[in-house]
Design a protein around this ligand. Structure first.
Ligand code: PAF
Length: 229
């Protein structure tokens, strides 16, 4: 792999802590250097509050690529007006520690202004019809959600410029939306799906599990049992 290219960057040991970058220029310069050295860059977009499900995606990216970039960005445009944008769990320091152990090379922590330049008016939208992957399910219960997801993922793909990106099958409709967007808009990267990581009792790991009361947490694995049966 990568024969005939400058491998001096690739053979350098992975940093113990990921490089933390917030600005577009520094991100492009770091990733550009790796790519010019012939290294494949894997990407895992997240909204933070990381758990083992995210870390499995990061480790998978590390198996498939020479360098791994993870973004942590709580994307305002994918939350409805009555949703949990303000209270969505945020734990950047803990996330950085977890990412170091999982083999992340670069943590991208952009501000809203970096992802959505002031005066931004451009969005990626999917048609409503039955053939659209955004039709029904979460697309129906959360109007505008997949517009926000597609827009931020497109923006992050253009910022990071990865060779591949890993998404969890837990968010199956999101995965289908991203795959269709990549096909329709000719993004030049591979989308890799990773199986859902579950608690021993079957509950899928999710940052929002933190919202469950003791009672709800006890009942939640019933969803998995019902799906199985
Ligand atoms: O799955 C998520 O955490 C988010 O929807 C994503 C893909 C990071 C976009 O904000």
């Amino acid at each position: 792999m990568n024969r005939g290219v400058d491998t001096s960057e690739r053979i350098a040991p992975r940093p113990v802590e990921p490089i933390v970058v917030s600005q577009e220029s520094e991100l492009r310069s770091r990733v550009g250097r790796w790519k010019r050295a012939g290294q494949r860059v894997g990407f895992v977009p997240t909204m933070g509050a990381l758990h083992d499900g995210h870390l499995a995606l990061v480790r998978r990216a590390g198996e498939l690529a020479d360098r791994v970039v993870v973004s942590v960005f709580v994307n305002p445009t994918q939350f409805g007006p009555d949703e949990d944008f303000e209270r969505y769990p945020r734990q950047p320091e803990k996330d950085a520690d977890l990412l170091a152990a999982a083999g992340c090379d670069l943590l991208f922590l952009p501000s809203v202004e970096v992802v959505y330049p002031p005066g931004n008016v451009t969005y990626v939208d999917l048609e409503e019809g039955e053939d659209s992957p955004s039709h029904g399910l979460e697309g129906a219960s959360r109007p505008g959600h997949f517009r926000g997801v597609a827009t931020v993922v497109a923006g992050l793909f253009n910022l990071v410029d990865p060779d591949l990106a890993v998404f969890g099958e837990k968010d199956a409709q999101q995965l289908a939306v991203v795959r269709r967007m990549v096909r329709d808009l000719h993004f030049d990267l591979d989308i890799v799906a990773h199986e859902t990581v579950r608690e021993e009792d079957g509950l899928a790991l999710s940052s929002r599990n933190a919202y469950l009361s003791t009672e709800e947490r006890r009942a939640a694995p019933g969803i998995y049992r019902a799906l199985r049966s």
